[in-house]
Design a protein around this ligand. Sequence first.
Ligand SMILES: Nc1ncnc2c1ncn2[C@@H]1O[C@H](COP(=O)(O)OP(=O)(O)O)[C@@H](O)[C@H]1O
Ligand SMILES: [Mg+2]
Length: 312
Amino acid sequence: MPLASYALGVMEASVYAPEVFARGLPAGAQPENATTAVPAAHAAAPLLSLQGIGLSFGGVVALADIDLSVRPCEIRAIIGPNGAGKSSLINVISGVYRPDRGQVRLAGAGYTQVPTQRLAHLGVARTFQNLALFKGLSVLDNVASGLAYRVRSNFAGQVLGIGRSRGERRDALSRTDQILEFLDLAAVRDRLAGTLPYGLQKRVELARALVAQPRLLLLDEPMAGMTASEKSEMADFVRAARDRFFTTVVLIEHDVGVVMGLSDRIAVLDYGRKIADGAPDEVRNDQRVIDAYLGVASDNEALSQDEGRAGI
Ligand SMILES: Nc1ncnc2c1ncn2[C@@H]1O[C@H](COP(=O)(O)OP(=O)(O)O)[C@@H](O)[C@H]1O
Ligand SMILES: [Mg+2]
């Protein structure tokens, strides 16, 4: 990212959500460092790191000795066949699962189990593998519910109605409208979420996760079930969110072609183990990945067609 736009972006983002960014940007990504010549994503300490994570369900080893580091502002993909442990990893990062072994370090603090009920306060937001919208609420209310943790209301759908003060309500509404605009959802703002086509519902989920401007965004198959053009649109939005808000992204996605084009680094899981980790080109050419995951796919075209082992 050009340094000038980086600095301007930080200022813009700081105005937009001062408390998130005061707390949210890791040391290496503070605005004053933008004057150095080293891109923040490569210079800074990891925003998230997993060390020696192990997790079993009965006899099933979902995760075995997983190390993973995620740098600030990075788009970090996790790929692997069905059952490889990808969702389990996101569930460990978000505190839904407590690993049997290992530690999660998030912005410098270490956890044996991340406090999932405090996730939003830690600046972490996620989407789920299956749609998890309030189908009978408007798009606006769904997205605003991503701010529910900030206001003293007790039900997400009422955020805009019974926030503590008029200023708080106005602030929530303005943030929500800005995100709707940013993700090109303004035209469906007042529609019931359940009436939208699937691809748009996935985008509303992204909006809900982004509205609080998390420093870390966990996306579990945000493009699953989409057409090729919807996927590429979604990939553009994820990239734009990172560029505009400096959001660090951990992304699970089946479409290897999309992942190769979108990600800075890719970790490959197979049967709960990490079998490769690196830049897209390194992973693409890794023999273990080709053998275990990409199967017979042997050229870029094949890689982009969801081929390889069943379940990719
Ligand atoms: N809550 C759970 N209870 C029992 N088994 C689980 C649970 N979650 C995941 N698993 C098992 O762990 C393995 C990894 O699953 P998952 O993380 O969902 O894989 P992926 O997301 O890569 O498809 C699978 O064998 C799955 O059946
Ligand atoms: Mg999964």
